[in-house]
Every structure is written in C-alpha cells, then in structure tokens.
Design a protein around this ligand. Structure first.
Ligand code: GLV
Ligand code: MN
Length: 196
C-alpha cells in the first residue's frame, strides 16, 4: 500500500511532465476544481479486438490526477469470450476484481507455487494479494466486464509475456534458455511474439 498522506488531498499538478518524486507535486489548492476528483474514463467498453481478446482501461494517478497521495486506483477490464487479460502482477498493490457482467475465471499463484482460482459471475469479487501473478479469463460466451480496485495510486504492471520476452534491452538468451530449460528456438518464438 502507499504511504499515509499528510493532507486531505494533493491533486497532481502535471503528472506527465513534472519531475517525479515519490508521487507527484500538488496543484495549488486555489486552482483545484471539482473535475479534478472526477473520472469518466471507464464509461466505455474497451476494444477487445486485440491479440489477447481483452482490454484494460486504467484509472490511476496518470489519467486521474485527483488520486495523487490517496492510495487508490480503479481499472476497467473488458474480455471477449475466450479472451484473457494475461498473467501479470502489480508490485505496489493488492487488487479487488469485481465482475459487472459475464463470467471470468480469475486466478493467482502464491509464492508457494499454489494456484488459487474461482469463476466469478456478476456482483462477485475476488482478491489478488499484492505482487502475485494473476489473470482474468473469459469462460462465458459473452463479453465480460470487471472493475478492478487497487490500494495504490499507481500499482505498476509487470507483464509475464512482455517482461520476459519483450524486455528492452533483451534478457541474455542463455539466461532464458537456462531459466526455462528449453533450447533457443523455443525462446526465439516467444521473443518474436512479444517484440524481441
Ligand atoms: C486486472 O488484473 C487489472 O490489473 O486491472
Ligand atoms: Mn491486475
């Protein structure tokens, strides 16, 4: 979770261009307006016509500056039938997954290599403990939508496929072949799928 804040609010002044400290500098209170605390960015379904068949729309401090210092963020996840929000983790946050419509298999893997999962329907919630790898997979036959909630203004995303096989610069081939105990042709296929 994020550290405790020292004031009621600290709306980010200019998250994309300001120098990054731990969080973002605050806008002067005299220029804070109601819209700083409002975010309409999750009102539309995301485009699930992607290779994973899923779309994540992020409501974190970068898109919703009023979240600065509050230790909260909210995403919208849309998943087409058979689509997946692929394995990833959030280094700074636990995650609540609240299904609005459709049916999602939601799962995470613990540090004891145990897999915990559940099929969720509308109105149901699963919790992903901080930092653990997880996914959402649409096991129904209509588009599924979930709202995900975080106890961080900027949870961070560590994507398993992109982190391992799309890292820039590339992770040395020997590290990947030895890590996965396969030959380099298998790693090359995975790398070419994810931009390396
Ligand atoms: C879903 O796992 C999300 O990170 O929004
Ligand atoms: Mn997540």
């Amino acid at each position: 979770a994020d550290p405790e804040q020292l004031q009621d609010f600290c709306v980010a002044n200019n998250p994309s261009t300001d120098t990054i400290i731990n969080g973002f500098p605050c806008k002067p209170a005299s220029s804070v307006v109601s819209d700083d605390f409002f975010f309409a960015g999750l009102s539309q379904e995301g485009n699930t016509n992607s290779r994973f068949g899923s779309s994540v729309t992020a409501g974190n401090v970068l898109s919703f500056p009023g979240l600065n210092t509050l230790g909260l963020a909210i995403n919208r996840v849309d998943v087409a039938p058979g689509g997946v929000n692929p394995l990833h983790s959030h280094p700074r946050s636990s995650e609540l997954v609240f299904v609005m419509k459709g049916n999602l298999l939601v799962g995470f893997i613990s540090s004891a290599n145990k897999f915990y999962s559940k099929v969720l329907g509308p109105g149901e919630t699963f919790v992903i403990p901080k930092g653990l790898f997880h996914f959402q997979y649409n096991v129904g036959n209509s588009t599924a939508t979930a709202i995900t909630l975080f106890n961080s203004q900027l949870p961070g995303v560590w994507s398993a496929p992109l982190g391992l096989f799309g890292a820039k610069p590339e992770i040395p081939m020997e590290v990947l072949t030895k890590t996965f105990q396969v030959n380099s042709s298998i790693i090359s296929v995975l790398e070419s799928n994810f931009g390396n």
